[in-house]
Design a protein around this ligand. Structure first.
Ligand code: LLP
Length: 415
């Protein structure tokens, strides 16, 4: 267990979170290196013996230390912007293992991707096909491409993170795919190398993924029958984690289900998981500023806020909150809403939690390794929190807390 009580206090691996708060201040994200290694290892193990590429989805947590760790473990990367490309390269990621997804790639981003020789650009529209070909021609190169196909399956997850339905903006329509492949294959500036899908995030059941893969494999078969060779099938990410009482099937079952749905199809497969690599490898450590009892609600006002973790406000997501001091067994606690200092009613981290906490106490908001810091903002001119990586008994700052001056360093008052 990456985060567990030892001698009455919550620790990240062997390091008490109290020590981290003392050294680096709060709020602060704390990541366990062993947990990331473990999650990567589980996935890699599930793919053992298969021609496969594991492309970590950078949007989940893009800290350079996280990227460098995964690069050293052998991961490739799924990126969605020029910014993420720059991060991966700065962290020592191999461009030959980078997939570039996203519906809105600019010409500059496409140019940069081609100049850096990334593995594949995932096309998400007919217009993008033309644009990538034009940029490749300008550069005198061939662009390696795949289409992200929208398989039109219901991932049965939160509507905001479901991406594989016909009504979603992602990918090209299943019924248009063969026509687009024929078109792409006829363009000398493009090298068609694969096909992909991604149906949504926080999946707990492998069945929708397997259904999508089955549809994708059938489509790939038809495209190949038309004489277009596909080197890889990209099956996306989306494997869920436990936040509360969800019981996502183990990664190996998702992988096994997807591979079984491929039937006897050989060739390379790609997965691009984000959350399942890092989600439960991190916590957001925060301090209680005020205890504010009231009718009908009691509040704990803490020093972290929706700008540090927007998931509760945005998706009504549930994150476990633990007191860093181990609760006495059987102590009933008081029911609190845990809220930040931001001037929004939506600024809450958790609601209706029974806790025993006093002013100055530390709380850990669990499962904050994914889509926490990477979605953080500076709303209310709040400097973004520090990030710390723990390995065994050692804790190291991997991103300094922002200063107030940094928040407006790029601004100018006109003369
Ligand atoms: N591949 C593609 C093409 C994606 O769009 C995504 C996520 C992933 C992979 C990684 O999915 P994962 O394995 O992390 O589920 N902010 C939301 C999640 C948005 C996911 C967007 N796309 C949240 O906090 O729940």
């Amino acid at each position: 267990m990456a985060f567990a009580y030892r001698n009455g206090t919550l620790c990240a691996e062997q390091v008490p979170l109290e020590d981290i708060a003392r050294r680096f201040g709060t709020p602060c994200y704390v990541y366990s290196r062993a947990a990331i290694e473990g999650a990567y290892g589980e996935f890699a193990q599930a793919l053992h013996g298969r021609d496969a590429m594991l492309c970590y989805s950078v949007k989940a947590n893009s800290n350079l230390a996280v990227l460098a760790l995964l690069a050293r473990l052998g991961a490739g990367f799924d990126i969605v912007s020029g910014g993420e490309l720059a991060r991966v390269l700065a962290a020592g990621g191999d461009p030959r293992k980078i997939l570039f997804s996203g519906v809105g790639k600019t010409k500059d981003e496409i140019r940069l991707a081609l100049e850096k020789n990334i593995y594949c650009i995932n096309l998400e529209s007919a217009a993008e096909l033309e644009r990538v070909a034009a940029v490749a021609r300008e550069l005198g190169r061939r662009a390696p491409v795949a289409f992200r196909v929208n398989p039109d399956v219901d991932a049965r997850t939160h509507p905001y993170i479901s991406t594989g339905l016909r009504e979603n903006k992602f990918g090209v329509a299943h019924r248009d795919a063969e026509r687009l492949y024929a078109k792409a294959a006829a363009m000398p500036a493009l090298e068609v190398i694969g096909i992909g899908c991604h149906i949504g995030s926080q999946l707990v059941d492998p069945a929708p993924l397997a259904a999508a893969v089955e549809r994708l494999a059938a489509l790939a078969g038809r495209i190949e029958a038309a004489g277009i060779r596909l080197r890889h099938l990209d099956l996306g990410g989306g494997i869920g984690i436990r936040y509360r009482d969800e019981t996502p099937r183990p990664v190996r079952e998702f992988v096994a289900g997807a591979l079984a749905a491929l039937g006897d199809r050989r060739g390379s497969v790609i997965f691009d998981p984000g959350r399942s690599m890092v989600g439960n490898a991190g916590v957001l450590l925060t301090r209680v500023e005020y205890v504010k009892p009231g009718e009908p609600r009691n509040f704990l006002v803490v020093d972290a806020a929706m700008n540090d973790l927007v998931r509760p406000a945005l998706y009504d997501a549930w994150h476990e909150v633990r007191t860093v001091r181990e609760p006495e067994s059987g102590a009933p606690g008081t029911v609190y809403d845990i809220v930040g200092p931001i001037c929004e009613t939506g600024d809450f981290l958790a609601k209706d939690r029974a806790l025993t906490a006093r002013e100055g106490d530390l709380l850990a908001v669990m499962s904050s390794g994914a889509y926490a810091m990477s979605m953080a903002s500076n709303y209310n001119s709040r400097p973004r929190a520090a990030e710390v990586m723990v390995q065994g008994r050692a804790a190291e700052l991997v991103r300094a807390r922002e200063s107030a001056e940094q928040l407006f360093a790029l601004e100018r008052i006109p003369g």
